[in-house]
Design a protein around this ligand. Structure first.
Ligand code: AKG
Ligand code: FE2
Length: 246
């Protein structure tokens, strides 16, 4: 098991990180899905945009079936975020949320995803369906995902839809989820800046959970910038993780 070598290393906290007091609301226990309100501060949102300016390229997907097919599935643009001090604090927050046992080497580089009008990401799971992508030499599969909303300018559409989740009944959820969606469409989170959705991708036995299927719905006007924080089952190499930067 991956966890054994990592367990020796205590998790080191950066005392200079100032974590915002975000609110957590469980939407689903199985699969585990938790809504996090206020997960990113306004300063962090601005900083993330600042350090990634002009670095976006057309998003890739794991089982690339040629450029053409790829762009129809995921029409957004994406970029990896350089790991400076602000980004390391966001990483620390994402790790602490998951307990104290996950070392930072299990995190992929944070990824920003940008959508302009009419762009979307078709239904997919974040866990790799191709076992070749989930081998232990490359960190195993994706245990969990955070999808955070970094910016949303004059947006309509662009929610994050989980078709297999049951819509909750209390109207208070309508602040965060689109209550106008028909019941059979599952749950659609609104793109509210600063919020994040956390969910688990794998079942107890490590196989992928089909119920974690989701999509980035088309942005019908305005634009959206989101961020993926993916935690692997095991450590990733320094080469994949990239360097810490000042
Ligand atoms: O854009 C969204 O709402 C979801 C994006 C997503 O699922 C992904 O990038 O893996
Ligand atoms: Fe996704």
């Amino acid at each position: 098991h991956h966890h054994e070598d990592d367990a020796q290393k205590p998790m080191v906290l950066d005392p200079s990180c100032r974590h915002p007091p975000f609110q957590s609301h469980i939407l689903s226990r199985s699969p585990l899905v938790i809504y996090l309100s206020g997960f990113l501060t306004a300063d962090e949102q601005a900083h993330l945009q600042d350090i990634t300016k002009d670095t976006f390229t057309h998003s890739a997907v794991a089982d690339a079936a040629g450029e053409q097919g790829l762009r129809q599935t995921r029409t957004s643009q994406s970029t990896n975020v350089p790991r400076d001090q602000v980004v390391r604090c966001i990483e620390e927050r994402a790790l602490l949320f998951q307990g104290f046992d996950i070392p930072r080497t299990h995190l992929e580089p944070l990824q920003l995803v940008k959508y302009s009008k009419d762009q979307h990401y078709h239904f997919h799971t974040d866990w790799f369906t191709n076992p070749a992508h989930a081998s232990s030499v490359t960190g195993g599969n994706r245990l969990s995902s955070f999808f955070a909303y970094v910016s949303a300018e004059n947006i309509t559409g662009g929610g994050t839809n989980f078709p297999m989740l049951a819509a909750p009944s209390n109207k208070r959820w309508c602040e965060y989820i689109d209550c106008d969606e028909p019941w059979e469409n599952g749950v659609t989170f609104r793109p509210i800046v600063g919020s994040a959705v956390f969910w688990e991708n794998l079942l107890e036995d490590g196989t992928g959970d089909q119920r974690a299927l989701h999509a980035g719905l088309p942005v019908t006007s305005g634009s959206k910038l989101g961020m993926n924080i993916w935690t692997r089952q095991g450590p990733l190499s320094d080469e994949i993780r990239g360097p810490d930067v000042p």
